[in-house]
Design a protein around this ligand. Sequence first.
Ligand SMILES: *Cc1c(COP(=O)(O)O)cnc(C)c1O
Length: 356
Amino acid sequence: MKKHNFSAGPCILPESVLKQASEAILNFDDLNLSLIEISHRSKNVVAVMDEAMALVKELMGLPEGYSVLFLQGGASLEFLMVPYNLMKEGGKAAYLETGTWAKKARQEAEAFGDVTVVGNSSDKNFSYIPKGYEVPADADYFHSTSNNTIYGTQMKSFPKVNCLNVCDMSSDIFSRNLDFSQFDLIYAGAQKNMGPAGTTLVVVKDEILGKTGRKIPTMLDYNTHIAKESMFNTPPVFAIYTSMLTLRWLKENGGIDWIENINNQKAELLYGEIDRNPLFAGTAAVEDRSYMNACFLLNDESAHKESFDNMLKEGGINGLNGHRSVGGYRASMYNALPLSSVEALLEIMRELERKA
Ligand SMILES: *Cc1c(COP(=O)(O)O)cnc(C)c1O
């Protein structure tokens, strides 16, 4: 039986997607060829790319004027492509520092110009989202991280800004409905909530590009990839195909509204138990809790850790260890994690309480 996969990333994918992806490795589109041994310029592969791009636009409800790209280098390469493409020579950017990834993004931007940190929750180990901060109007862009994978916090709202609005949505992309058109650039590594590692989704408003006065190396220029529809160089076809299958799965089942409703149920169930069960405590500020990554601790590790860990193992629960910088446990409840896996975890938490 498949394990209950709470891994923080790479993530669980729908069973039907894994099945179709593995079939395509052997025989893609009845071509009697593998998906990963044919030209990316063949019409079947171009059709995959086109469908993936169209699904992103449709699921997000994007207006005209946005391009969808599937790039390589992970979300980490976007940390530098964003300032390269958006920060003017001698310009300025504003960052909201809500966790490790946000900090890494800010550090890359510092190589390009003046960076202002408008809010920072490192004083309490990133356990909350700063509020009431001001974004300077003379910034070229504002950068935020919608969901903090490691610390289990999530932005429930986004500030209105008078500059470009950029968001790293790696770990909650397609998990909840937002007004995506409030952003000028969104990026997300595929491996948290969409597909395997190897491709990064970038959604960018065309009109914001080409205004920095800076010479941008070809591969790092978003305009290169827009002009060539993500086929300037050989794209990671398998990662894009599998991501496309996940997006198809999402659309066929009812889109983001459908999954958001299930994600809410999963998070409410788990946080409900963390709050009710006297053996456990959540680590993030209640109002900022992530609906993707729930971080929690055992109140008395020396008394219960060994038996809890054994019960998790016996119950087929995978990937529940917290990140080394937080400790404790982290249950990642990405789109493809079924409600029944959360119920299985709850059963173990209750059982631990009964035994204690
Ligand atoms: C995992 C993660 C990243 C880094 O992604 P890579 O694709 O490994 O570079 C960046 N931002 C967030 C929010 C993440 O969760």
